[in-house]
Design a binder for this molecule. Sequence first.
Ligand code: FAD
Ligand code: NAP
Length: 339
Amino acid sequence: MTLQIQSDVSLKPFNSFGVDVKAQWFAQAHSDEDVREALAYCAQRQLPLLVIGGGSNLLLTADVRALVLRMATCGIRVLSDDGQRVVVEAEAGETWHPFVQWTLEQGLSGLENLSLIPGTVGAAPMQNIGAYGVEVKDVFVGLSALDRQTGELRDFDLAQCQFAYRDSLFKHEAGRWLILRVRFALNRADHLHLEYGPVRQRLSEQGIERPTASDVSRAICSIRSEKLPDPAVLGNAGSFFKNPVVPAELAAQIRQSHPGLVGYPQADGQVKLAAGWLIEQAGWKGFRDADAGVHRLQSLVLVNYGAATGLQLLALARRIQRDIAERFNVELEMEPNLY
Ligand code: FAD
Ligand code: NAP
């Protein structure tokens, strides 16, 4: 027995909203054996298991009557290197941003646009994390996961993961797959994605005309630090709603009354709307009700000023959803995982 299981543990330090609820049971997994021990513990007691990483995409609305298992496994290894394409594998518990930095230090390009995203490697495929025009699926080769129902270890390739915009098989089959490690194909030559939003502009402000992957990472870190609240200072889970993809006719209809509508045409003819823009137009930017609020710089981010409960944050989210549906006929879908 290596797994240390504690009872009645506050999850406040383990979720980036800083919501103060308790786990009935809590443990940290440092190895595959710990994970299997946790599964056996739950099976013997018919206890639910909640697997978490950094807790940066969670909204906890009540005490969790389960074993909460925090993935804390460590390890990064190069699986193959043909001088150009390098396949790297990282354990689920590795923290995402230091992992990205490690790849850049090895001279590997591919993850730079995903710099400074909180959380762990194991959670990255869950919602196919994305930022500044790049998604995990763009560099993903495979992952190994345990089927929690059968204990079977299974390898998934890119196609099997069914990645989509902030979505994957693992999100659809929530509670079934426990991701142990993830593999990425990175490149020794820089293939940079600079076309998105303010990235190129920030680089040229810095006088960088021929950027490296590390330059792009630094530029993105500086943009993100200016715009997004640091969860260590102000509780939040990043974007609270997904950007809605709507029929072109609906986007045209909204544009008639709101000529400044921010929308991005998609390959399938639909239009992706900036949810933050809709919320801002509806007047929610900077709104605060007790300790639950909408961030003053980024309307897509709900914040906890200190003592907000998960239910208060959820109530605010529902009010925003209703308001946006009434004003724009657009349904906003929540991004964080609700427990
Ligand atoms: P957690 O919140 O711990 O878990 C998320 C979900 O994954 C839960 O359902 C959990 O049960 C499950 N899970 C976790 N680990 C495993 C595992 N090993 N196996 C199976 N299931 C698992 N997201 C983006 O996509 N792009 C961004 O740019 C971005 N920016 C953010 C900025 C801020 C300030 C914050 C707070 C969040 C941001 N996010 C962003 C959201 C979040 O960082 C990502 O979703 C991240 O991948 C969550 O990782 P985590 O380890 O914290 O997951
Ligand atoms: P932003 O640059 O203000 O842009 C607003 C929205 O417009 C973004 O959400 C983005 O959609 C979309 N957009 C902007 N330029 C685009 C382009 N050239 N092509 C297609 N879509 C475009 O966004 P931001 O809030 O500062 O965030 C910057 C990036 O970090 C975004 O990619 C965002 O998704 C990511 N981010 C994610 C989270 C999270 O928790 N999920 C939190 C913070 C930041 P997309 O979101 O589809 O990219």
